[in-house]
Design a protein around this ligand. Structure first.
Ligand SMILES: [Fe+2]
Length: 381
């Protein structure tokens, strides 16, 4: 038996922010970061909130939100008593708001309506039950997972992403593509997640280059926002894989932007999971067939599964080059000495990461090392 659940209502495309007008008379707390306030982005939200009983802004979210930040946010919403909580920003403010609201409800504040408004097209956090929080005491990142953290409503308005610079668009867009690929080949994949992941991939391969080239291309922005949300719904139910397992470890050690770490790994992970060498003269594995199917739907060369998978890898590499995404850790600014020092820790963390468990091909120490050696080639050392 398979199961698939979508709890979050999604309002999307142009003018989606008008949804906020439906809550006139309510008291609201906005959880965001200082940039959203200083850049004036928050005004696009508050302009739609005329007639609210009160609006309080907690703007102290920083990248990689910590347990002490969650405690501070909890105190803020306890004191300000918002009936609705609006999470505004990229992955960090949305993750922080999910954790804060979850804790507030657990501590007896009653049901709060959580509205997530993403300002990047990447994490899919607006429709997932995950929040990554860093523990202040040991500086380690912990994924919190609970259905209670799913936002009630997600508002995807392209007006909030059109000012994202090209490098952010590229990194976050590749995060979307990685989410969709990992959900597509996950050991838990099912017909419902397949539909979402496949549509997310087709949208992202088509529209990411346009969104990267011209941020004001509102249709491309709209489609990338949709792709991000669909991929989020897919992986929320069926998990991710080794790509994210390693990317989390690399991000924690070297602070490489999450989407960029995923992007650097992606061509190698597709090849690893497709395991083409093992299927010489035999039926290709399920993951290889799924990659090949996407390749065919993208109209890439697909005479047989091997050619289709190779074409897909080439296409990903081409996208990365066109968007200036590094191909190796060295190009991403990591020094070989630092990498060697942390290599074993990264391998251990990747193997323990929750995401790794749903990878389609079994992963052990040597497999992670092999993948790391691809992105940290010795010849360029
Ligand atoms: Fe991700």
């Amino acid at each position: 038996m398979n199961r698939f659940k979508i709890r979050t209502e999604v309002r999307f495309n142009q003018n989606a922010l008008d949804t906020l007008k439906e809550f006139k008379g309510k008291s609201a707390v906005i959880i965001t970061d200082k940039f959203m306030v200083s850049s004036g982005m928050i005004k696009k939200i508050t302009d739609k909130m005329e007639g609210y009983k009160s609006i309080a802004v907690f703007d102290e979210v920083t990248p990689d939100p910590t347990t002490s930040l969650i405690a501070k946010g909890l105190k803020f919403i306890t004191e300000n008593r918002g009936e609705i909580v609006i999470a505004l920003g990229g992955g960090s403010p949305i993750d922080a708001a999910k954790a804060i609201v979850f804790m507030a409800e657990k501590s007896g504040m009653g049901d709060l309506k959580l509205i997530a408004i993403p300002t990047t097209s990447g994490t899919g956090s607006e429709v997932t039950k995950f929040a990554v929080i860093t523990d202040d005491t040991d500086n380690l990142k912990y994924p919190l997972v609970d259905e209670g953290m799913l936002p009630d409503l997600a508002i995807l308005d392209p007006a909030l992403v059109e000012t994202a610079p090209p490098s952010i668009t590229a990194d976050t867009g590749m995060d979307v593509i990685t989410h969709a690929f990992e959900a597509l080949v996950s050991v838990n994949a099912n017909d419902a997640s397949d539909a979402l992941a496949e549509k997310a991939l087709l949208l992202a391969f088509k529209y990411l280059p346009y969104a990267f080239k011209d941020g004001s291309d509102i249709v491309a922005r709209e489609k990338m926002h949709s792709a991000s949300c669909l991929a989020g719904m897919a992986f929320n139910e069926v998990g991710l894989g080794i790509n994210h397992g390693i990317a989390h470890a690399l991000g924690a050690k070297f602070h490489i932007p999450h989407g960029r770490a995923n992007a650097i790994l992606l061509p190698h992970v597709i090849r690893f999971n497709a395991h083409l060498r093992a299927c010489f003269g035999a039926v290709p594995c399920e993951a290889a067939q799924r990659y090949a199917d996407i390749s065919r739907k993208l109209s890439l060369p697909h005479d047989n599964v091997r050619i289709a998978v190779e074409s897909l890898i080439d296409e990903v590499r081409y996208m990365l080059r066109r968007m200036g995404i590094p191909a190796t850790l060295w190009e991403a600014g990591i020094s070989p000495a630092d990498f060697e020092r942390e290599k074993e820790n990264i391998i251990s963390a990747a193997l323990e990461d929750l995401c790794t468990a749903s990878n389609p091909r079994e992963v052990d120490h040597d497999a992670v090392e092999l993948l790391l050696n691809k992105i940290a080639p010795v010849s360029e050392n």
